[in-house]
Design a binder for this molecule. Structure first.
Ligand code: IPM
Ligand code: MG
Length: 365
């Protein structure tokens, strides 16, 4: 099998963590006997500096031509004052829209080694394992009309029936592979668009009798994630609410630097760490590569049906953490402090070791 991956390292620590992902992909390619063709392009501030735009047609085309895209991070202080369409973030939004990546999956899973690092009590947290499924190409992020003038600013939250149906189906399908529970989060007590969302989700639910559906208002959901995160399995929500809830979900795990994400459409897929570009530690070999490496694990599972490769990468991450290796963001006394490249090398080493322990030999797909 041959797969084509487009790499978009982006800004800040993006290049370092994407480099880590490449190392892990290469190790997996060798063991699982596949060929990976890599193409690298600029995005975000890096692209703006060179071409005056955060996303060129060339970069976009390279994404259309790939089987999957891996993105590092975009953004930095120096580009914050630019007009909206030139900001690094605009590249990400355009990419999502152009590739029609309507489903954003952000797992909130607590690694046992980290229960102590969260702002929540370990007993509230332990066993937490849910995903936020965020609608990514609609809602108030893209609704028209939008704008501002001297006297007012305005945005529009709209959802078409088909947009809700497809993300709801995805939620129920994911839930079927997990604990069979979907919590749809909205603001139906105030917003008409949310009432419509709620009605359409209920209709879709009828086609998935094995999955339980609950509805929750977004303010309550924010509270419940902090109060009792174990109650959730799949949180299904719209673009803006998902943006906010996925940050809360990420934070309670105690390890934002460890959270991967997948953005999926019918045809294309993009994988990226949940964390940002962390310009303050860029280029210092300090960044935690785990979120991006875990995104590669998601890629093997979702894009290439290589579930085994994905699982082995996850196991390698867990073993490396159990061995006490930590980058500075997750370091606690008694741990072994390592940089980005050492952490990556340990994960690759463990990946190869687990592969051989399992007696997999050379795996041919
Ligand atoms: C995210 C980010 C983006 C978003 C920004 C950078 C545009 O916060 O991926 O959650 O709001 O979607
Ligand atoms: Mg966000």
């Amino acid at each position: 099998m041959q797969i084509r991956i487009t790499l978009l390292p982006g800004d800040g620590i993006g290049p370092e963590v994407v480099q880590a992902a490449v190392k892990v992909m290469q190790a997996a390619a060798e063991k699982f006997n596949i060929r990976i063709q890599l193409t690298e392009k600029l995005i975000g501030g890096a692209s703006f500096e060179k071409f005056g735009t955060p996303l060129t047609d060339e970069t976009l085309q390279a994404c259309f031509d790939a089987d999957a895209v891996i993105l590092g991070a975009v953004g930095g202080y120096q580009w914050e004052a630019l007009p909206h369409h030139q900001k690094p973030e605009a590249a990400l939004l355009k990419l999502r829209k152009e590739l029609q990546l309507f489903a954003n999956i952000r797992p909130a899973k607590v690694y046992s080694a980290f229960a102590g690092a969260s702002s929540l009590k370990a007993d509230v947290l332990s066993g937490t394992d849910f995903v936020v499924l965020r609608e990514l190409t609609g809602g108030i992020y893209f609704g028209e009309p939008r704008g501002y003038d001297k006297t007012k600013g305005w945005n529009t939250m709209t959802y078409q029936r088909h947009e809700i149906e497809r993300i709801a189906r995805k939620a129920f399908e994911i839930a079927r592979q997990r604990s069979r529970k979907v919590t749809s989060v909205d603001k139906a007590n105030v917003l008409e668009v949310s009432q419509f969302w709620r009605d359409v989700v209920a209709e879709v639910a009828e086609q998935y009798p094995g999955v339980e559906l609950n509805n929750m208002y977004v303010d309550n959901a924010a509270m419940q994630i902090v109060r009792d995160p174990k109650q959730f399995d799949v949180i299904l929500t719209s673009n803006l609410f998902g943006d906010i809830l996925s940050d809360i979900a990420g934070m309670i795990t105690g390890s934002l630097g460890m959270l991967p994400s997948a953005s999926l459409g019918e045809k294309y897929a993009l994988y990226e760490p949940v964390h940002g570009s962390a310009p303050d530690i860029a280029g210092q070999n300090k960044a935690n590569p785990i979120a991006t490496i875990a995104s590669v694990a998601m890629m093997f599972g979702y894009s290439f049906q290589m579930t085994k490769a994905g699982q082995l990468i996850e196991q390698a991450i867990e073993r490396t953490l159990e061995q006490g290796y930590r980058t500075v963001d997750i370091y606690q006394e008694g741990n072994k402090l390592v940089g980005t490249t050492e952490m990556t090398a340990k994960i690759v080493e463990n990946f190869e070791a687990i592969f051989h322990e399992e007696g997999l030999g050379v795996f041919t797909l």
